[in-house]
Design a protein around this ligand. Structure first.
Ligand code: CA
Length: 240
């Protein structure tokens, strides 16, 4: 699957108006859509229809969206985009930690939604093609040789800095929570040691950013985590 016209999207949303809006807007942009009006139907359709991506509303009548995210994640590895009227950071963090890949707060524009879905598709394609080279603007990372380049000059990074960077690359253009990063790099016993992240992200920014105070690559998602900007859209879609 390399473009949206082939991708099948499962929309789990109880509000008929939002569902209709999503289906109309996304069908128009070339996605194939299946709908589910509650969590139970969503889980059933996940099995029978085998979608490529899921859009999930957090406030469902039968199963809480966070619980549903965990259940989906338990059985399938497809990208999950959360849609929610709940804008607090805590909800975003909970959803992302439960295994969601991204989060969009209502109200949102279709352009924004399309951009988020494309980022998720690029992630699938990146995993499937197991690209050995990541490129975003002047940043180039050779994942096979574990080497980092900025404008073709090699940048020396420590093993921990590299680990952080490679996790962000795996989720390029998507937010990764503090907890996810701390857990993957330092282990479960350090998930509250936010200062580790501040120190190492600071170091990475000094090495990779022209102006570390105004980063172009290693972006802060305030209160939630970090996002690596993916400025190379060539592996994405052009049919927008
Ligand atoms: Ca709802």
């Amino acid at each position: 699957m390399s473009n949206a016209t082939q991708a099948l999207l499962l929309v789990i949303e109880d509000d008929p108006q939002t569902r209709r809006f999503l289906t109309t807007a996304l069908t128009h942009r070339g996605w194939r859509i299946i709908e589910a009006e509650n969590g139970k139907t969503g889980l059933a359709k996940l099995k029978t229809e085998q979608p490529d991506l899921i859009i999930l509303d957090l406030g469902l009548p039968d199963i809480d969206g966070i619980t549903l995210t965990k259940r989906i994640r338990h059985s399938a590895d497809l990208p999950i985009l959360i849609l929610s009227a709940r804008s607090q950071e805590q909800n975003k963090i909970m959803a992302l930690d439960a295994g969601a890949d991204d989060y969009l707060t209502k109200p949102f524009s279709t352009g924004e939604l399309q951009a988020r879905l494309q980022a998720l598709l690029r992630r699938i394609n990146r995993i499937n093609n197991s690209n050995d080279l990541f490129q975003s603007g002047d940043l180039k990372v050779d994942l096979a040789r574990r080497k980092v380049f900025m404008a073709d000059n090699e940048v020396r990074v420590t093993p921990i800095e590299y680990r952080l960077l490679s996790i962000l690359i795996r989720h390029a253009d998507l937010v990764v929570t503090h907890r996810q990063l701390l857990n993957e790099v330092w282990g479960a016993e350090h998930i509250n040691d936010h200062h580790y992240l501040r120190i190492y992200m600071g170091q990475l920014r000094h090495k990779l950013e022209i102006n570390p105070a105004r980063p172009r690559y290693l972006l802060t998602e305030v209160g939630v985590g970090y996002r690596l900007a993916d400025n190379d859209q060539s592996s994405g879609l052009t049919n927008d």
